[in-house]
Design a protein around this ligand. Sequence first.
Ligand code: DGL
Length: 270
Amino acid sequence: MSTAVDRNAPIGVFDSGLGGLTVAHAIMQQLPGESIVYFGDTARVPYGPKSPDTVRRYSHEIAGFLLEQGVKAIVVACNTATAHALPMLEAELPVPVIGVVGPGARAAVKGTRNGHIGVIGTEGTIKSGAYVRAIHAESPNAKVTALACPLFVPLVEEGWTNHDATWVIAEEYLAPLLRDDVDTLVLGCTHYPLLKSIIGEIVGRDVRLIDSAEETAADTRRMLSDNDILGTNEQGDYRFVASDDPAQFLELGQRFFGDALEHVEIRTFG
Ligand code: DGL
């Protein structure tokens, strides 16, 4: 990292849409002095079913936009974008970058007692094998059951976080985890923490649920500190940018962010 980097420049955080606001919120709580530019690709969400090349192209465009905003580091808050694009971004970006898969995998390895970890995510995340690789990098003997739950994202976006239909679908998706006796489950998608109560009830109270937002915020602090670019301000500034309808971002965004969002800028691609 060159000495010319402004330690009070913002951190860029991006996601396919609104779900990454949970990660942005955790960073704001843990690092209140850091400024953030959040980009949600609401025009092109969902990334889950898209091809790795398409997700890499989108991630490359968004990272370019964030660099234009002067960010000092980038947090990929989307599991699918992390799974497909993190190695590419690490290789091509002039600023440090972290994703959500490593922090989630590390927390799961720390949390498991019987060495059997479940991971749920979008189709793209699960097919990429990124979580299985990250868990085995930490603990080569861990047993991993990885399952795609593609209907969870639209159910959460619909606000059906405690709907009968969601229960039925979740029971069907999660049944293999019960058979396999996992004791730790990674919620490997930005939207799944909003289904925590249903998922927790189905898999049972002894199964530890890992929500990577908190872990990613802790990793963000480490990344900034390792690169000697921790901010020195008392209070950071926040900008929110989306690629589609601002009204939808402000309304639905609150669900993920936990607090009211007042203003969103629009930036479209292609
Ligand atoms: N943000 C995505 C993830 O964490 C979920 C939504 C999508 O499919 O784009 O994988």
